[in-house]
Design a protein around this ligand. Structure first.
Ligand code: ATP
Ligand code: MG
Length: 427
């Protein structure tokens, strides 16, 4: 273990990676804004109980994946593995029960001790939304529509499928649990140790197991859909009709369950074939039990979270970097170098993005201008300096014009906008 390596399962985001990453987050943020979701942030660590109690003590996250540590006073803290529990905690701590519907967007790092592989990291990032306080299935329709709009904005919607299921209400799940346990008990020997342990405490979680043997048993298990009461069926029908009204295609997947304990009714995932085994890019559902479980007032909620790394990998090509202006002192007189720095600062203060190579002759500096994809070069040679002027060269067309220094910003702005230089001023 070299301390010069990043910790296993963590990654540096170099500037080029960061561009794709930011595009995902910014598209999410802007789209969420259009749907009326305001951004908020919660701390990256919370008391361990915030997650341990709410995610359910049989969930993978709580049993195997949490980064929990004692701080210097011995307080047990956890690096957040997901966003919903922290937001629910904040909803309660800040006394927001009268502020519903409470609609928020968030973005940030999450931490899970997982086996790292493509699309699965120990520090990863999510964007997510929560719509709290609305028991009506229209809320589910809205958050799904928002998720789809973000995938659309990223140009990846053609690569993903919306899978939908219902977990019904508590009464329906209780009836189903009896049937499921009856079935699974008959195949005990073929279940994994983990699943045998869950059989009593949370058999529904076995449906979400990634173990091959479990999956074979589960493939023939009774389906929750057969145990839905009328209220649960009506809720699910309203959701499906709402999605159809908006022209949102979905595939029903009766075996889709969410890994966390606080979900009921709606469960959904946007999945893709393009990322190998880690095919879920966005996942969510309804969690009407969560806030009460945490000690707050009974409050409905629905939301989703999406993996920023997985979405970045799906992007056809990352958005191009903004193209700067390159400042190029041309000549050996040291005064040109100093003057170039002064002009660079003047342009930056005026709002231009300006790249200044720190050394080299004209040829080397032009090379650098190409490397940073500069759009225009501002060339300051001896002649220009003496004439209180600069030469602006359009690096795409090769056209150039010399302008007086006091018209530099105005001319540059026109050139960047693609408009021809009209009155040729200067020398
Ligand atoms: P998986 O089945 O892939 O383990 P999950 O059910 O644990 O996913 P959620 O808790 O629903 O995932 O998180 C929502 C999204 O966050 C996932 O769909 C995925 O895009 C992303 N995600 C979850 N865990 C990781 C991880 N370890 N590395 C990268 N992205 C992740
Ligand atoms: Mg997981």
């Amino acid at each position: 273990m070299s301390t010069l390596q990043p910790v296993r399962g963590t990654h540096d985001l170099l500037p080029e990676d960061m561009r794709a990453f930011r595009h995902v987050v910014e598209t999410g943020r802007a789209t969420a804004g259009r749907y009326g979701f305001a951004e908020m942030a919660t701390p990256i660590f919370e008391f361990a109980g915030v997650f341990a109690r709410t995610l359910g003590d049989t969930s993978d996250i709580v049993t195997k994946e949490m980064y929990t540590f004692a701080d210097r006073k011995g307080e047990l803290l956890t690096l957040r593995p997901e966003g919903t529990a922290g937001i629910a905690r904040a909803f309660i701590s800040n006394g927001l029960a009268n502020e519903t519907p409470f609609k928020v967007f968030y973005a940030g790092p999450m931490f899970r001790y997982e086996r790292p592989q493509k699309g699965r990291q120990r520090q990863f990032h999510q964007i997510g939304v929560e719509l709290i306080g609305v028991p009506d299935p229209q809320a589910d329709v809205e958050v799904i529509a928002l998720g789809r709009a973000i995938l659309d904005g990223l140009g990846v919607r053609g690569n993903v499928t919306l899978e939908l299921n219902t977990l019904g209400d508590a009464e329906s799940r209780d009836a189903y649990r009896v049937a499921l346990v009856g079935y699974l008990a008959g195949h005990l020997g073929r279940l994994s140790a983990d699943s045998r342990e869950r059989l009593e405490r949370n058999p529904l979680r076995i449906l979400d197991s990634k173990d091959e043997g479990d999956r074979e048993v589960v493939a023939h298990a009774p389906l929750l859909g057969e145990y839905l009461n009328d209220a649960s069926k009506a809720f699910y029908d309203d959701l499906k009709n709402g999605l159809m009204d908006l022209g949102i295609d979905f595939t029903e997947n009766p075996r889709l369950v969410r890994g966390l304990d606080y979900y009921g009714h709606t469960a959904f995932e946007f999945t893709t074939d393009a990322l190998g085994a880690q095919g879920t890019v966005m996942a969510g559902g309804r969690y009407d039990g969560l806030i009460k479980t945490m000690g707050g007032p009974a409050t409905a909620g629905v939301g989703w979270a999406a993996g920023v790394e997985r979405l970045s990998m799906l992007l056809a090509e990352p958005p191009a970097a903004d193209r700067p202006v390159a400042m190029i002192p041309a000549g050996s007189d040291p005064i040109l170098k100093r003057e170039a720095m002064v002009l660079t600062e003047r342009l930056r203060r005026a709002g231009f993005a300006v790249d200044l190579g720190f050394s080299g002759n004209m040829g080397k500096r032009m090379k650098r201008a190409n490397k940073v994809c500069a759009r225009v070069a501002v060339i300051l040679g001896e002649d220009e300096r003496l004439a209180r002027a600069v030469t602006l060269r359009d690096l795409d067309s090769g056209e150039q014009t010399t302008v007086a220094l006091d018209r530099m910003e105005e001319s540059l702005r026109r050139m960047l906008a693609g408009a021809p230089e009209v009155a040729v001023g200067g020398i």
